[in-house]
Design a protein. Structure first.
Length: 145
């Protein structure tokens, strides 16, 4: 079984990458505080790389930015490559198939609400893309036809 579920804050605004055959992808890092203090009495933080593909990647870039609190569900993937200096670099990342938007930045929340209001006035609705989940409190204000 290879399943991962994490909650953390995005450390940098994600950027969408256009790949071959029209595929889109984004990478981002989430910061996750540990539940205990170290020997110095400080709370350590883990930084976890995440990768998202397709429409879900588009929505993450559109709605999430640095400081957004998100939940990520997916699987761990490891890979390696050789650097120019001959050293092998190993990478472990979460390949997300579900992202929950828990607390967006204030300006992003306003942008989402404005977009939802504009769509409601014009009678437009959008289908919810696969893997895109909003908490109930946030979903109530958005058209999810």
């Amino acid at each position: 079984m290879n399943q991962v579920a994490l909650i953390g804050r995005i450390t940098k605004d994600p950027e969408l990458r256009q790949l071959s055959e029209g595929r889109v992808q984004t990478n981002f890092v989430i910061a996750i505080n540990r539940n205990f203090k170290n020997v110095n009495g400080e709370i350590d933080t883990d930084f976890v790389s995440c990768s998202v593909w397709g429409k879900l990647a588009t929505n993450v870039v559109k709605y999430c930015g640095k400081g957004s609190l998100i939940g990520v569900g997916g699987r761990l993937q490891s890979r390696s490559y050789e650097r120019e200096d001959g050293r092998r670099v190993y990478i472990v990342e979460v390949v997300a198939d579900e992202v929950r938007f828990l607390a967006l930045k204030e300006r992003e929340e306003k942008a989402i609400q404005q977009q939802a209001n504009q769509q409601a006035v014009s009678g437009q609705t959008q289908a919810v893309p696969a893997g895109f989940v909003l908490p109930t409190e946030e979903a109530e204000g958005l058209p999810m036809g």
